[in-house]
Design a protein around this ligand. Sequence first.
Ligand SMILES: Cc1cc2nc3c(=O)[nH]c(=O)nc-3n(C[C@H](O)[C@H](O)[C@H](O)COP(=O)(O)OP(=O)(O)OC[C@H]3O[C@@H](n4cnc5c(N)ncnc54)[C@H](O)[C@@H]3O)c2cc1C
Length: 813
Amino acid sequence: MRDRYEVVVIGGGIVGVSVAYHLAARGITDVVLIERRQLTAGSTWHAAGGFHAINADTRVAELMHYTIGMYPTIEQESGQSVGLHLSGGLELAGTEERWRWLRSELAWVRTQGTDAYLVTPEEAAEMVPILDPSGFVGALFDPQEGNLDPNGATQAYAIAARRRGVEIVEHDRVTGLTPLSNGEWRVDTEQGPVGCAHVVNAAGLWARRVGRMAGVDHPIALMPHHFLVTEDIPAIAAIAGDMAAVTDLEGFTYLQKEGNGVLLGVYEQNPRHWTTDGAPWDYGMDLFPEEVDRIMPELSIGFERFPVLAETGIRRWVHGAMTFTPDGNPLVGPVEGIANYWAASGCMAGFSQCAGIGVAVANWIVDGDPGYDVFGMDVTRFGPYATSDRYLRETTRQFYARRFVMAYPNEELPAGRPLKTTPCYDAFAAANARFSVNWGLEVPLYFAPSSDFEETDTLGRSNAEPVVAEEVEAVRIAAGAYEIAQYARYEVTGSDAEAWLDRLVASRIPDVGRIRLAPMLNHRGHLMGDLSVSRLDERRFWLTGSYYLQDFHMRWFRQQLPPDGVDVRNVTEDRMGFSVSGPESRSILEGLSSDDVSNETLPFMAVREMDVGSARAVVGRISLTGELGYEIVVPNAHHRRLLDELREAGAPHGLRLIGDRALDSLRLEKGYGIWSAEYRQDCTPGMSGLDRYVAFDKGDFIGREAALAERDRGAAWRLVLLDVDAADADASTDEGIWIGDRRVGMVTSGAYGHHVNQSLALAYLKTDVAEAAPELTVFVVGEERTARILPEPPFDPKGERLREVLPVAGSAA
Ligand SMILES: Cc1cc2nc3c(=O)[nH]c(=O)nc-3n(C[C@H](O)[C@H](O)[C@H](O)COP(=O)(O)OP(=O)(O)OC[C@H]3O[C@@H](n4cnc5c(N)ncnc54)[C@H](O)[C@@H]3O)c2cc1C
């Protein structure tokens, strides 16, 4: 081992070797991978080696496709067999509801470009001769599934990485990480210290311990997981080639061919934790004794589904440790506040995700950008709130037990909640609020008519929709108050603040007292944020963004190295308030303030400090509902009283509290996009329509060249608003849009427009299709629905309500 490398990768499991390989493939060969024992000596050696490409996040699914596609390449490059069996896999539905869900999943996976199809239980039993088809309604067959040899795959990546110049050092444990004043790292190991520019934590079962060496606390829990391998089964031995893998969704087991027998794995409903501290250092290539009693309920179902198992001997049990994050996806990328430390940790599905993680980390180190929209794996998607032992245990236990449990789009899961609440939480609860969660914070979804109202989990339109409709109508005819604690706020101050912001965002910087919508781009011209910039005085600005992007955005701001004359502070947890909108909103505000808030003195996109009720507030004339509206932001300590004062002043004007669901309906009636749906890292200003806020002529800003190039050649995709002939369900997200057999687009969000009485969806369409505006097909919960492009938003297309450009009395119509 030399004294210094460009990159030190800690950990020689399937993830670490993939990161090392991808770094070398991107031209960084000055890399050492340090492994405490031997390659595979964590979770990797005992894994079942199964892989698939289905993930609730389409972008993570894309990287899973990439991972599977890499195996033949790496096998060829290394000359080492990875034991690949691309057998395809069946997901079995045991109930009618699950069958409906699978049909909708089919439409969804076909959108990913996979040739999946549905089969009957009998057809499934032909593919898997030991399966008893009774008790199943049907199955989905996905050809992009299979299994491989975990050791072979790890060695293949290691061989290929070595050939490209990577050094691999085994039997050497990393014992300490020290950041140096020049931004580099000192890595202490059993064989002595080594310096490096970048350190990558791919320490798998030990990743939490390694993270803590660098001052980072990763939300990773370890839970033991079982599978068994049987003796030979004649019906399996008779199969010449591969056999489809099986996931019995209602039975909580998975099964794959293993030699002449099978491997049966269990996701039990009663899981247990091993530790949340990371594995002990002296943990070797060990297994836990099997706990058959604990998994017996699921095993019994497995033995019913595959009756031959009841009379087949068990050759071996594997009960090994596995890493889990609260949502089951890995933690990848640079950590906010810790320079040149990279996470490649928390990976539960290493054989589906290793190459996706490797390519993202390598691109990020080389280009400063992962090259894909990896937010679904980004380490910043969890804040410090997620690391407490109790929260981690509750959420990872929930994830494990629900691994195969059917998820409904309107379902709210209870683990770890309520965690973060605003001062208004109790008042909202008393007003029968039903809550969702945003980065650990409870946010009202809607306000139910009574305390005993129960929303039914459904794939279709929920029984809460009539309540949402009332909230929407209140905003359209009177006013609604929406809590904006779930907006993040950053205060930018200093003598160079304007110059720094001018480079950071693509829009012009507003004058004092004005707000501007400000797309923020990366160097590739892709969106990094849909911020608004409020200028409170010459040298004081507020940036407003999405609550759950706080670490993501602070990391980006810091990377853009503000000079000494700029201070960027995250003030999200210090300030909150309400967005009050609707035709009565000005009268309500007038009742709470002696300031003049007329259209002349506080016009659309103006911002001003003023008294509102008992608080000194920052009031911005802006709203997401398409109505005259104000965002009233106060110090936290005033937030609760502001609610009372708003309710009192608003009551005579018909003010109603509203939640996220109403806001979705209202914004779709106006065709407004939001972050994580219409605006994401894989979108550009041209495709999203945010180019109308880009000041191409203002001088240099991050991403300008790429944005100009896109403007010149035209965007390949276009964001459109669709009117969908829906029946009992609305589009939600990621549904494919088709013309015949040709996929031409994808839904980004959908909701029922309660005021305009239309089922609406925002979607990206290929530009030529968007221009031709043909009749389209959207699959909503698996059912084929017709959709048309709306040439303009169905509600107030000219924006007169928002801007208050009201017809002048007596003027010509
Ligand atoms: C029973 C079971 C079955 C599974 N089946 C599947 C499956 O079918 N498909 C699938 O995709 N996944 C499966 N998994 C999960 C899979 O094993 C993991 O996702 C994968 O192995 C994670 O790889 P990793 O490289 O992140 O971590 P690990 O394999 O844990 O590797 C981390 C490495 O880092 C080394 N290390 C740690 N700390 C240090 C240090 N301080 N210094 C130097 N080296 C260090 C360790 O020795 C280890 O080799 C299964 C897991 C279990 C338990």
